[in-house]
Unconditional design. Structure first.
Length: 379
C-alpha cells in the first residue's frame, strides 16, 4: 500500500470547511463538540497504546477521535479568522520540538521542516490530562482566543505523539469521513462508483428496472421482474407484523443508488461469473449474508424511528456502523452520504409499499433513483 504524503493544514482546512454547517457566530456547539471529542481520545488512545498490534481496530478508532477533534479545532479557528496552520506552527515553535529539514513532496516548496519532539517522551496519561485541561480552559472561557488555541494545539500534538499516530493519517481520515458524511457526491465522484460497467449486461445489475410486488390473501408477498416470479414468497417472520415481507425494497434501493447488491445479483442470476475473484469475493455467499444482516440491523433501528418518516438525515452513528459492516467489499467506496440517500429513499418506497400492501418498485441506476408506483386497479 502506497503511503500518502504530506498534507498541508491549509488544504485540510479548505477541504473540510464545506462540511461545517453550524452557526458561524455561535461558539458553544463547536466548543462543546471539541470537549466531547477529547473524551473520546482519552478512551481510544489508551486502548490503542495498551493493546498495540493485538487490536488494530483501536488504532483506527484513535485516529478517528483525533480527527474529529481536529475538525472542531478548525471550526473554532474559522470563527476567529485564525489560520489553522498558524496555530499549529506556533504550537510546535517551542523547546519541546526541533525543526528537521526534509525533501518536500509539495511542488511549491523544495524543503519542508518537520517539528520533531526532542524531550524525553511524556507518558500518554500525562499528555491526555493536559489535553483535557486545555480543552476545559477553552470551554470555560467567555470567548476563545489565539493563545488558548495554541495551548490546546500543543497539548494535541503531544498527545498524538504519545499515542504513536501520524498526523497526516489523522487529517486525511477526517477529510474522507467528513466529506463523505456531509457532502453530496459530485458527478466525478459517482463516475467511479459503477461497479459492473466493465461486465456484460448479463452480469450487470439492470440499469433500469420495474419490480412488481404483490401481497396475496395468505399474507405473503411475491416479486415479479419482466413478468417472471423471482425469489421466494415472503412473510414478516415475526409476531409483530412490521412489513418486513417487503424488505426486498431495500436491496433494490442499494442496487439503484449504490450500484451494489449481492442479494439482487443472486436473485436475478446476474453474478459476475466471468471473473472468479468478483464471483467469489464480491458476489458470493458471505457478501450476501453481510447485505442481509446489514439490512435487518438497519430495519431494527428504523422501527424505532417510524421507518424514517419525515426524516431528512440518518444518524452518523448508524452510517459509521454501516461502513464497518461493508468494509472489505466494493461498496465501501461509496460515501456515507450516498448510503443515507439509499436508506431514506428506500424507506420512502417501503412505507408506501407497506401501506398499500404492494406496488411497483421503479429503479434507475443512471439517475440513482428509486420510486414507488401503485399497482393497477383490480378489475
Amino acid at each position: 500500500m502506497k503511503k500518502e504524503g504530506t498534507l498541508l493544514l491549509s488544504d485540510y482546512a479548505a477541504q473540510i470547511a464545506p462540511t461545517d454547517v453550524l452557526g458561524r457566530s455561535d461558539f458553544s456547539p463547536v466548543l462543546q463538540g471539541l470537549y466531547g471529542e477529547v473524551g473520546g481520545i482519552m478512551t481510544t488512545a489508551k486502548k490503542h497504546v495498551r493493546e498495540q498490534s493485538a487490536f488494530p481496530g483501536f488504532r483506527k478508532a484513535a485516529e478517528e477521535e483525533f480527527g474529529d477533534t481536529l475538525w472542531y479545532l478548525a471550526a473554532i479557528c474559522r470563527r476567529l479568522d485564525v489560520p489553522l496552520e498558524e496555530v499549529f506552527a506556533e504550537a510546535a515553535n517551542h523547546g519541546n520540538f526541533r525543526n528537521v529539514g526534509a525533501a518536500s513532496d509539495v511542488m511549491e516548496g523544495a524543503m519542508a521542516y518537520i517539528a520533531v519532539p526532542v524531550a524525553v517522551p511524556v507518558p500518554l496519561d500525562t499528555t491526555l490530562v493536559r489535553l483535557g485541561q486545555s480543552a476545559a480552559a477553552l470551554l470555560g472561557s467567555v470567548a476563545p482566543d489565539r493563545a488558548g488555541l495554541v495551548a490546546f494545539a500543543r497539548a494535541y500534538l503531544d498527545a498524538m505523539h504519545a499515542a504513536k499516530l501520524a498526523f497526516s493519517d489523522v487529517a486525511r481520515g477526517n477529510i474522507r469521513k467528513a466529506r463523505g458524511a456531509f457532502l453530496e457526491p459530485g458527478t466525478a465522484d459517482l463516475a467511479s462508483l459503477d461497479f459492473d460497467r466493465a461486465f456484460g449486461r448479463e452480469e450487470q445489475l439492470p440499469r433500469e428496472f420495474r419490480i412488481r410486488v404483490n401481497q396475496r390473501g395468505s399474507g405473503k408477498s411475491y416479486l415479479q421482474w419482466n413478468d417472471v416470479f423471482i425469489g421466494d414468497p415472503l412473510t414478516d417472520n415475526i409476531a409483530d407484523h412490521d412489513g418486513y415481507r417487503f424488505h426486498d425494497v431495500f436491496h433494490f434501493a442499494y442496487a439503484a443508488i449504490l450500484h451494489w447488491s449481492p442479494v439482487i445479483r443472486a436473485l436475478i442470476k446476474h453474478k459476475r461469473k466471468s471473473n472468479s475473484r468478483y464471483d467469489e469475493e464480491q458476489d458470493g455467499g458471505r457478501a450476501i449474508v453481510v447485505e442481509e444482516g446489514l439490512t435487518a440491523w438497519i430495519f431494527s433501528k428504523a422501527k424505532e424511528l417510524n421507518f424514517f418518516e419525515n426524516q431528512k438525515k440518518v444518524s452518523l452513528g448508524i452510517l459509521k456502523t454501516i461502513a464497518e459492516f461493508v468494509s472489505g467489499y466494493e461498496v465501501e467506496k461509496c460515501p456515507l452520504k450516498l448510503w443515507e440517500r439509499a436508506i431514506l429513499d428506500g424507506y420512502a418506497v417501503f412505507r408506501q409499499m407497506k401501506e398499500n400492501e404492494g406496488g411497483w418498485i421503479v429503479g434507475n441506476r443512471e439517475q440513482r433513483t428509486i420510486a414507488y408506483l401503485p399497482l393497477e386497479p383490480k378489475e
